[in-house]
Design a protein around this ligand. Sequence first.
Ligand code: MEV
Length: 434
Amino acid sequence: MVSGFSKKTKAEKMIWISQQFHNPKEALQVLNTYNHSDKTLQTLHDEFIENALTNFYMPLGIAPNFNINGTTLTIPMAIEESSVVAAASNAAKFWSAKGGFKAQTLGTEKVGHVHFMYHGDPIKLQRFFEKQKDVLLASTEAITQNMRSRGGGITALTLVDKRDAISGYYQLDVRFETLDAMGANFINSCLEQLAKTLRELAGQYAEFSEIEKDIEIVMSILSNYVPNCLVKASVSCPVDELLATPEDSRLFAEKFVQAIRIADAEPYRAVTHNKGIMNGIDAVVIASGNDFRAVAAGVHAFAAMSGQYRSLSKAEIKDDVFHFSLTIPLAVGTVGGLTKLHPLVRWCHELMGTPNAKELMHIIAVAGLAQNFAAVKSLVTTGIQQGHMKMHLLNILNQMGATENEKQTVVEHFKYNTVSHHAVVEVLEKLRAS
Ligand code: MEV
C-alpha cells in the first residue's frame, strides 16, 4: 500500500513505481522515453488525467480519397491494429469510383435522467410534476442560457413511472439539443440542478404527506444510449459494376448479402461483424478527441435493441442495384472537451475540414461502413488472412529487430509465399546465417 501517492510530484511517482520492477533503472527509462521533450506539451498531457506518468502512444494514420456527399476527404484514424487503415483506404477508393458515400443525420437528440424514489400516491406525484414543471425548467436557465442563445437547450422534460421495474422508482426524463458539443458536462449540470430543485419543491409541496415530501434522489446522469441521435451512411451501385465482370459481381453481391444476413441472425458472428465496424468508428472517434467508450456502449446497446444482438449494417439487392448501409447512434462533439485542447486532435479536425458535429457524425459513420465493406469483401472472397498477414509481416520483422535491408528481402520473399509467424522467423534466420 502507498499513502499520499497523488500528492507526490510526477518525478517521485515515476521513481516509486519503477522501484516495483525487477530492473528499476530500465523501468524508469521506459517511462522517460515516452515523455515528450516539449515541456509545455507534456504538461498539457499530464493535466488531462490524474497520476499521469508518461504518454501511451497510438499510431495516427490517414485514409485518403473518401467521397462523402460529393466532397473528397482524408480521414484521420488513431488505431494500433494493422490492416484497418489500409482497408478503409481501399474501400474509399473502391466507392469513390462508384459515386461515393452518402451520409445523413437522422436525429441529434441527447438524453439524461434524474433517477429517484417516491413512495406515495402516483397521481399526486403526476399533479405535482405538472404544476412544477415550469419551475423545474426555470431553475436550469442560468446553465442553459448560452446553449439556448445558439438554438439548443432542454427540448423535453417528462416524468416517467418506472415502478414496473423497481418499487418506488421514477425518473425525470430530459431531452437535450447540444448542437456542436457532445454535451456531457452541460447535460449533467442541468440534471443535477433539476434533481436539487425537484427535492426542494417536493419538500415544500403542501399536498404531499411527510413521506411523499421526502423524494430520494438516487442519481442524475446523462445516458450514453442515444437512439435518437442517429446517423446513416450508405453506398449503392448497379450489381454488375461491383467487380471486374458481371458474373463475378453477381456472385460477390449475393455472398455479401448472405454474410450480412448471417451477422443479423447469429450473435456470434454479429459481435465480430460489428467489431469490424467499430475498427473504423473508434479510430475516428479517438482521432477527433471524442469519448470512444461512450460511443461503443451506445452503439452496442443499439445493436441489441430488438432483444437480440444483431448486425449494425444492412445489405440488399433490389432491382439489380446493390445497397449497403449503416445506421448508428453517435453522440460526438466538435467543440469542448479535447477538441481544442489537444494539438493533434485540432490537427485532425482541420484535416477533416473543421466539421460541425453533424458532419463529424457523417465522417465517423462512413469510416464504419467502409471498414465493414472491406472486411466482408475480404471474408467472402480471399479471406482476411492473406492481406492481414502481409501487414502483420512488418510487425513480426520489427519485433525481431530486422534491419531495413532484411525487411526488404523478407517482404519480397513473402510476395510469393504464405505469411506465418514461423515462416517469417525461418526466412529471417536463414538470411542472417547466409
Ligand atoms: C478484425 O479486426 C475485424 C474483422 O474480424 C471484422 C469481421 O470479421 O467482419 C475482420
